[in-house]
Design a protein around this ligand. Sequence first.
Ligand SMILES: Cc1ncc(COP(=O)(O)O)c(C=O)c1O
Length: 426
Amino acid sequence: MINTRRKFLKNISAFGLGLGVSGSLAAHEERNFELFDKLKSFNPTENDETFWNLIKQAYTTSSSIMNLNNGGVSPQPKVVQDAFERYNQLSNEAPSYYMWRILDKGRESLRQKLAQLAGCDTEELVINRNTTEALATIIFGLPLQKGDEVVLSQFDYPNMKQAWLQREAREGIKLKWVDLKMPIEDDQVAVDAYKKQITSKTKLVHITHVINWTGQIMPVKKIASLAHEMGAEVLIDGAHSFAHLNFKISDLGADYFGTSLHKWLCAPFGTGFMYIKKEKIEKIWPAFSPPEPKSNDIRKFEAQGTRSFPAEYAIGQAIDFHLMIGSERKFQRLHFLKDYWLKQALENPKIKSFTSLNKDYSGAIASIKIEGKTRNEVVNQLMNEFQIHTTNVNIENVDGVRITPHVYTTIEDLNKLILALNKIAE
Ligand SMILES: Cc1ncc(COP(=O)(O)O)c(C=O)c1O
C-alpha cells in the first residue's frame, strides 16, 4: 500500500512538477508515514482512551459544537484536508496541465488501493462522487422491461426509492415493498420479509446494508443468497457500511454496490465508488457518454466530465488514515461508543431505542425517542441548550432522534450527551 503511494509520488516527481512542490509534497507524506508507523505500534483496544484521544487530535473539529451527526457526513482528518489543499493549489498553477496530465495519472493506483480495501477486483470499481451517483447509475442503467419486478423496502434511502419510482412511472416496472419493523434482531425475520416479496418475475433485490434511519445492520449476505436462488440480482446500498463495518464486497453476494467515502472513510466531500461484478459490466448502460457504452471495461462509467481532482486524490490519505486505525478496531470502537451512551440512556424509563444493542445488528448509529417530546424538540434542545448537533428521523415505526459518534468522539463527549438526554427527559 505504502509502496503504491511512494511509487505515485515518484511518478509525480518524474512528471516534472516544480521542484518546490514535489519536494514539500514528498516530505509531508514521509512525516505522515512516520506518525502512522508510530501509531501502528500501539496495540490499543476499543476503549483505550489514550489512543482514541490521539485520534481526536488528528481532526480539526469544533471545540464548541459537539457533532453527533456523523451519519450525515463526516469530517476529514487534517492529513486529508492538507492533501486536498496541496492538490488544489497545484491544480490552480495550470489546471488543465496538472489535473489532466499529472494528477489523472494517479487514478489507476487509487483504484487499486480502494479495491484492495473494498475486497473486490480493481477492474470492478468506479471512482465517483457518492452513493446516489453509484446507485442511480445501476437503477437507470439496468435493462428492464414492463412487468419486471424489483424488491425494495420503505427503509431504503429516499434518493433510491425515488429513482425506482421514476422507472415505475416511465416504464411500468413493478415495485414490491418489503415490510420491516425496527429493530430487527433475527436474520430469519429479515430474510422472510424479503422472501414474501420475491417472485419468479423479480429481476433485482435492493438492500440497504446499514439502514440510515436506525443504524440497523441487515443480513445482506443471507438475503442476497435467497435472491440469487430465486434468479434475481442484488444491489447493495453501502453508504453507511463501507469503512464502518469490517467486510469485503466479495463476501456479500452483491452484483452491484455503491458507497460514499465522505461518510465513514472521512475522505473529501463528494467522493464515492461503485462496484459492478465483472460479468455484469457489459449490460449496464452508463449514465454519461463514453465512446463504447456496451464495453465491459469498468472505466466506461468514468466519462464524468470535469470533476474535483483534489477531492479524488485525497481519498488516498483517507485510506491510509483508516488503515492506521484498522477496519476491525474501528468497528469495535464505533460499536463501543454507541453502546456506552445508549445503555446508560436506556436506564431512563422515558427513553426508548429503535436500534439493537447486539453487535450483529448495529455499529455506531442509534436512534431514540424521548417520551413526551417530539423529535424536533429534542434535536433543538440538544443544539440550543447543550450545543450538541444531531438529526431527526421519521419513517414507518421510527420517530425520533439519530445520534452518531465517530472515531474522534470521546467518552467525555458522551457523558455530556447522557446528561443532556436525561435533562431533556425530565
Ligand atoms: C443509506 C443511504 N444511502 C444513500 C445515501 C446518499 O448518500 P450521498 O448523499 O453521499 O449520495 C445516504 C445518505 O445519508 C444513506 O444514508
